[in-house]
Design a protein around this ligand. Structure first.
Ligand code: FES
Ligand code: FES
Length: 176
């Protein structure tokens, strides 16, 4: 027989710990009540309905959930929503050009057949957009190292690497 639960006076059993979080996602401000244990990826997908960020392993290994926090790549499955209070988040939905056309990197990935099922693609693109910003003329080896934390079980990576190199050369050619 279960013994009756004992609760301190005034404490509601199992009451979720709710916090308000205010942040910008892809340039748009949001403010929402969120349970303190909610991961950032769940907050993005379920509260903000930004489902482009994928959830794979949920423990920091596969890279599918990679987003940018203040311009730096991070695992949104290992980050709590309450930790990004006041931050600027970029997800895959924010990578296209302002007119909705594909970014140079997205276009290159498409041309080089750098995706098949597409599950890893949002994380690959956020990772590579940070990388190309910081490494405008990368070597193939540097690209491979940059995506070494993003698992893809379809492509064999070759098309992704070629796409990153193609994008780097196009971005360089566009530079004044
Ligand atoms: S879902 Fe976050 S690293 Fe795999
Ligand atoms: S395209 Fe399927 S996992 Fe990368």
């Amino acid at each position: 027989m279960n013994s009756p639960a004992v609760h301190a006076a005034g404490v509601t059993p199992n009451a979720p710990d709710m916090r308000r979080v205010s942040l910008r996602v892809n340039g748009k401000p949001y403010s929402a009540e969120v349970e303190s244990r909610t991961t950032l990826v769940d907050f993005l997908r379920h509260s903000l309905l930004l489902t482009g960020t994928h959830v794979g392993c949920e423990h920091g290994v596969c890279g599918a959930c990679t987003i940018l926090i203040d311009g730096r790549s991070a695992r949104s499955c290992l980050t709590l929503a309450v930790q990004v209070e006041g931050c600027d988040i970029t997800t895959i939905e924010g990578l296209a050009n302002a007119d909705g056309s594909l970014s140079i990197l997205q276009q290159a990935l498409s041309e080089k057949h750098g995706l098949q099922c597409g599950f890893c693609t949002p994380g690959m693109l956020t990772t590579l957009s940070e990388f190309l910003r910081d490494h405008p003329a990368p070597s193939e080896q540097q690209v491979r190292e940059a995506i070494s934390g993003n698992l893809c079980r379809c492509t064999g990576y070759q098309g992704i690497v070629e796409a990153a190199l193609l994008a780097a050369s196009r971005i360089a050619a566009d530079r004044p």
